[in-house]
Design a binder for this molecule. Structure first.
Ligand SMILES: C[S@@+](CC[C@H](N)C(=O)[O-])C[C@H]1O[C@@H](n2cnc3c(N)ncnc32)[C@H](O)[C@@H]1O
Length: 267
């Protein structure tokens, strides 16, 4: 994927920061910092930082003596990141070709992004390269699709309307769901895996309709289904996912995430 084809409009990046960060992404930021043992005075790189929730969390932990850099392919995400925290360092770049010298950072973090990288081994090798010897690399990615209590039945239902090929379009988020495979991938980048575990959190949306809208309209599936099919998918989802509707009408479902921590060998 080139940087030209991965650009988002600024409105989408603002909506990401306003809606999706508090509803979903913020909860994992302290965990990934814990995993990497981010501490005062350290230098930290946040790869695929988006609007910067992990970068900001790491900045609070490293304190004034430390240094953090947020890197993302997407200029609109970085524009929002800069607006929220103009005091931090934001860089445009590709995870598969990090624009930093070898051995630059005590900790390298990457939250909810590895699954989107076209060349995951190259990105992991790059994270290992820019970590200091003995430094840490920590990753968070969505867990297995079949363990996701709301996403799995929603996707099964959508596939009944849109055909089996729709499953791959919807499931892109979950391609790093196999924890053993993920740990093996990290290991083959020359890193020593110290933690590989699954953590349960929550996925929130203002309503079931909004949840379905995000899942369908943020994928190419939106162009492959008719208005009528989409209306029936929304109607079925309200019944299928009724157990995840809170008294105020909002949607709250459990969500499994894979967490991996590794070290670059010393020396
Ligand atoms: C779901 S967002 C996660 C953002 C952030 N880590 C968070 O937790 O909020 C995925 C991010 O990966 C970025 N991304 C995708 N491919 C990338 C690549 N090859 N190099 C750098 N960033 C990339 C996207 O621009 C997007 O900001």
């Amino acid at each position: 994927m080139s940087s030209e084809t991965f650009q988002l409009p600024i409105e989408a990046a603002e909506a990401y920061e306003a809606a999706f960060v508090p509803a979903f992404f913020a909860q994992w930021a302290p965990m990934i910092c814990d995993l990497a043992r981010v501490a005062p005075g350290q230098s930290v790189l946040d790869v695929a930082c988006g609007t910067g929730i992990v970068t900001r969390t790491a900045a609070d932990r490293v304190g004034p003596e430390g240094e953090v850099v947020g890197l993302d392919l997407n200029e609109a995400m970085l524009t929002v990141a800069r607006r929220v925290r103009p005091d931090l360092t934001w860089r445009q770049g590709d995870a598969a070709a990090l624009p930093f010298p070898d051995r630059s950072f005590d900790a390298v973090l990457c939250q909810m992004a590895l699954m989107f990288f076209p060349d995951r081994p190259a990105a992991l090798q790059e994270m290992a390269r820019v970590a200091v010897p003995g430094g840490s690399v920590a990753l968070a990615v969505p867990g297995r699709l079949d363990a996701q209590a709301a996403f799995a039945p929603l996707f099964d239902m959508v596939v009944r309307y849109a055909g089996e090929e729709a499953r791959a379009l919807l499931s892109a988020y979950f391609v790093c769901g196999d924890l053993d495979e993920l740990a093996a991938l990290v290991d083959s980048a020359g890193l020593d895996v110290s933690v590989a575990r699954t953590e349960l959190g929550t996925y929130r949306a203002p309503s079931v309709d909004e949840f379905v809208r995000t899942e369908v309209e943020s994928t190419p599936l939106a162009e492959r289904i008719t208005e009528d099919e989409y209306a029936r998918i929304r109607g079925d989802a309200r019944d299928l996912l009724a157990a995840f509707v809170a008294p105020d009408g909002s949607f709250i479902a459990p969500f499994e995430v894979n967490l991996v921590a590794a070290r670059r060998a010393s020396g």
